[in-house]
Design a protein around this ligand. Structure first.
Ligand code: FAD
Length: 287
């Protein structure tokens, strides 16, 4: 089923993003995670794609497991930078054959090993090029990424939103935001997007908080602001990791509950394949 149809029929619910495991142990952990989270009737699930297609086979394998063995609706992520149209078409053919109907269309990041990587010299320069390709291919419902605090490379919030609008106008059906830890950035983004005539569903991307060092790492890569309240509360428990996780979970519940209280009842979680943390958060929410 296409995710846009699911979203049109459901004004509330959760979605789970997973990453493809690298080892047999990781595969078992993912299967166990999915067994726990399936009970929360996700609207859909998604599977990330390693930078530059590094996990292409692992992503495909994990997508197969979730679709065929767990009966879930799965949206594979796909990045286009550095890829050619032939390889992208082959991957889409495989997914179509597998019964997949949704793709998260992303540009991806510059390869770390290449100095001064020039996006403009690639066959696919930006996510919009993949969205275009997908629309010409047909069959798939297309999700894209958007950035409430601006993408890390962008010179301005306005420019970033303009480019987001262009990829949405090219045919993206819905969007998921980059993580944010202060809801004001998301509410402001929704207002600005509406003002620009963007009318597709924009689901908030939520990262459950468990560890301050990891949070700092994620936040710096994603250009997400860590509010003082979050930093202070987690710092208080820096000598005890399980207390810090407890504080993080409380903060995530507060963040989600504030979204729900403000009418945002469809949440996309970056699960990090951690069932216990997710379970605690989901059980506390009034969804
Ligand atoms: P784009 O929309 O192409 O934007 C990239 C940058 O280019 C932005 O700064 C934008 O403002 C600018 N831009 C866009 N169009 C133009 C133009 N025409 N001219 C000039 N500048 C332009 N990465 C992975 O490798 N694998 C994943 O599975 C993955 N999943 C993700 C899931 C979510 C929900 C999110 C938010 C991100 C994910 N990413 C993933 C990260 C993503 O690949 C990076 O953030 C990447 O740097 C940008 O991808 P994009 O699709 O947003 O690119």
């Amino acid at each position: 089923m296409k995710i846009i149809d699911i979203l049109n029929q459901n004004q509330k619910g959760v979605a789970f993003e997973f990453f493809p495991p690298k080892t047999e142990k990781g595969s078992k952990a993912l299967a166990a995670t999915v067994d726990v989270l399936k009970n929360f009737n996700p609207l859909y699930t998604s599977m990330t794609y390693g930078a530059g297609g590094a996990t292409q086979e692992k992503t495909k394998h994990a997508v197969h497991m979730l679709t065929k063995h767990k009966g879930l609706i799965v949206m594979p992520h796909m990045t286009c930078v550095g890829a050619g149209s032939e390889s992208i078409k082959n991957l889409l053919d495989d997914y179509k054959q597998e019964g997949i109907e949704n793709i998260m269309a992303l540009r991806g990041d510059a390869p770390e090993v290449v100095e001064d990587f020039d996006f403009s010299k690639q066959e696919f320069c930006f996510a919009i090029d993949l969205v275009k390709f997908l629309k010409e291919y047909g069959h798939f419902c297309v999700g894209v990424a958007v950035y409430p605090e601006g993408h890390i490379e962008t010179p301005s919030l306005d420019a970033d939103l303009e480019y987001a609008k262009q990829k949405i106008d090219t045919g993206a059906d819905f969007a998921v935001t980059q993580m944010f830890f202060d809801n004001k950035y998301y509410y402001d983004f929704l207002q600005r997007a509406k003002g620009k005539g963007i009318n597709i569903p924009i689901l908030p991307g939520i990262l459950p908080l468990t560890n301050l060092d990891k949070l700092r790492q994620f936040a710096s890569v994603c250009k997400a602001t860590i509010p003082e309240k979050v930093r202070n509360k987690m710092e208080r428990f820096k000598s005890n990791s399980s207390d810090m996780q407890k504080a993080g979970i409380e903060l995530t519940i507060e963040q989600c509950q504030d979204l729900i209280n403000n009418g945002i009842k469809r949440l996309h979680f970056f699960t990090l394949n951690k069932p216990e943390v997710m379970k605690e958060i989901l059980e506390a929410l009034s969804l």
